[in-house]
Each structure stands twice: as C-alpha cells, then as structure tokens.
Ligand binder design. Sequence first.
Ligand code: PMP
Length: 451
Amino acid sequence: MRPDPLNPDNAGLAGSANDSLQPYWMPFTANRLFKSKPRMFVAAEGMHYVTDDGRRILDAMAGLWCVNAGHNPPRIVRAIQEQAARLDFVSSFQMGHPLAFQLAERIAELAPAGLDRVFFTNSGSEAVDTALKIARAYHKVRGDANRIKLIGRAKAYHGMGFGGLSVAGIPRHRRDFGPLLGDVDHLPHTHDLTHNAFSRGQPAWGAHLADELEAIVQIHDASTIAAVIVEPVTGSGGVLPPPVGYLERLRELCTRYGILLIFDEVISGFGRLGAPFGSTALGVTPDLITCAKGMTNGAVPMGGVIASSAVYDAFMAAPEAAVELMHGYTYSGHPLACAAGLAAIDTYEQEGLFARGPQISATWEAAVHQLKGAPHVRDIRNIGVLAAIELTPREGAPGARAAEAVEHCFAAGVLVRVAGDNLVLSPPLTISPDQMTQVVETIDAALRTVA
Ligand code: PMP
C-alpha cells in the first residue's frame, strides 16, 4: 500500500519510513525536522485550519498575511470553480480575456488617485522585480538611462527574486546567493527600542531617518538613482509601522530628486491597514505599488504592480506597434486568478472588510498591548490589524525563544508566526474580540512556559 500523508493509519511517517515525504523540497523549512515530525493541514474554514489529526487551529496569521476575509469564502470558491470550467487559460501576450481588464479596473478604482494602471504577476516576488524593472525602464524611455540605482532598506522583505533580494535587508536571506544586483544601496530601518518601545500605531520618533536618503543622494548623485522601495509597514522584518512623518519625508525627497517611490504593499494592500491600500491609510502616495496575497484572498497565486498614469504614459510614447515593456509571465492575468481577484474584492466590499480595520484596530491594539509585562516581552507594536510581540532573545540564540513560544501556541491551538525575535500576528480581518482574547491568552501562557 502506498503511504498517504493525509491518512494517519497509513501515513508512512514513522521514523525513517517517511519516504513519501522526501520528494517535496519544502520552501523556508527545516526539511529534515519537518519530515521527522510533520504538521499537516487538511482543511480550513473561516478563522480556522483543521489538521490531519482533527485539531482546529485558530489562524492568527491569515495563512501568510493573505487570507484577509478568512478561509474559503463561498463567493471566491464558486468564482474559481466556475471560471475553471469556462476558460482555463489564455496567454496574456497579445491576447486578452475580459476578467483581466475588469480586475485591473476594479483595482485602479481602489488604489490611491493617480495610480490606475495595473500589470499582473503571479506573486509578490515577481511584482517587486517587475516594479524595479519598470522603474529602470521608465527612466530609460525618458532619455535618462543613467538612473539605474535602486534604494532599499534594512530589515526589508521584498520577496525572493534576485531583484527583490538585492533591495531587501534581512541578512540571513541574502547570505547564500552570491553577488546580488549591483547599484543598490539601503536606507536604515526604523526599529528603535530606546524611543519607540510599546508605541501604539505609528511611533512618534524617527521621521528624520528618511533624511538618510539625502545622504545617499549626496554620495551617488540623484541623476543615478531610479527608485526607492519600502514596505509602508515593514512586515517580515518584524512589523515596524513607519514613524509619523517618515513616509511623507521620503515622498518629498523622491519628488525633489526625480526618483520613483515604490511602496511594497504585498502585506499592507487589500484591507490590512484599514483601507484598500496602506498608501491611502497612511496618506502618502507612491509612484508604483506592488501587491499580491490579499489580492485573491490567497486563493490563487497572483501579484501585481499598480503604476501611476504618468509612469504608464511615458512608455506609451513609443511607436504604436511597439511592445512598450518587454516583460511578462506566462500566467500574468491568469483567468482563475482574475476570477478569484474579482470575487475577493466583492467579498471585501460586501462584507465591509475594507472598513473593518478602523472598526477593530482599537480593540486589537488594546488586546495585544495586554501582553506588556508578560515574561520576555521587550516591545509590542501594532498598526491596522497587524502586531508584533518582540521578545528578549536568549543569549547566543537569536530567535530561539520566539520559535519555542510559537510551538507552544500551536500546541494550544493558535497559529502565530515567528520573525526573528518577534511573534507576528496578522489574523483575518474577520477576527472577533473573543478570538483576539484567545490569541493573547494563548501567547501569554506560552511565554510563561518558555525558558
Ligand atoms: N513583498 C513583501 C512585503 C512580502 O511580505 C512578501 C511575502 N511575504 C513578498 C514581497 C513576496 O511575495 P511572494 O512570497 O508572493 O513572492
């Protein structure tokens, strides 16, 4: 009998007999550890996952910052099923299908004013690489081909393509992959426990850190810089809300020096900060937005770049029959992803989830800050429906205590994510006050258990 990982009676999981698990090389996973002690999810609904041993797990991470409306909303399920039966695939290269145009129009309506051209990708990583390529090509098409430098930020996560990795700033992610893109520089991060510990929402201190862009401009000369890319709220680097005035300052400097400003909204897009996009919630408009995750409520892989019409129009000055941007992916604007995207936006709008952030963020903030004073907690940060509980690391073992706490939470039925020394929370926007309490009490108990 062939082992079946979903059947506990015949899972082939015991000891070295778990051969059925070996072919799958899992991403961002300690493969050997996982395969010696696998953790399988077999179903999900609303706020919960179901494991293969029948446990219900409260999902305090919205999967991976993406299931903003909760799991398996019927409208999205139906849309994907119907689309799969109607039109499975059509290339987007010189061909169209109506849903791609409809989705672009809906996204343009939701995006900040002036950002109304949408390029589809299949992931956040592809969206970031696409945005970086658009930025360079934009300057070139305008006769400014010297502008090639890309400025990222320390602690940033921009996906795993070579472009995104090059502008990102989590050292462990960059270490093993040889030379990354040249012509890249980094702004400092805004993490600061001296001034900003236990701040609520945007911290008051740190707007001046954006002025480092001025220093970078002095070193490289503005005429060599194509774009600055930042997550409006640093996500995987530990949920760092931008200091009050920081993004405004970056915007001002980019405008002054002719540099494109890219906001990576893969996490902050589609309702996470209490508006369709974080740019709107935070009141600063970039030239390009990258998005993914909540775009389809996580149901079908999809990402995108939303560009200002000024950027788009620069490309449209080329001769009419020309391909204006020599870039794209086989699955750009995939019919199933577009169907899921349209249904996700319908779901967010009809269930009032874009407005839900402002309704629940005060309750959320109060809930997570109850953990102040729990063992090992040295900072708590929150914004929208995001939070991080930062722990004091164990000597010589960064991240180990947080990883252990996350294991305790899982054993107690709550899915929390670890990011360095942080416990990271990003639940579906449908989370109830009782479920917030459950998350906080579970973390509190876990922190009392870890050494
Ligand atoms: N940018 C940001 C800000 C992200 O958080 C992520 C994913 N966590 C990405 C890009 C990459 O997205 P993907 O994993 O879909 O490629």
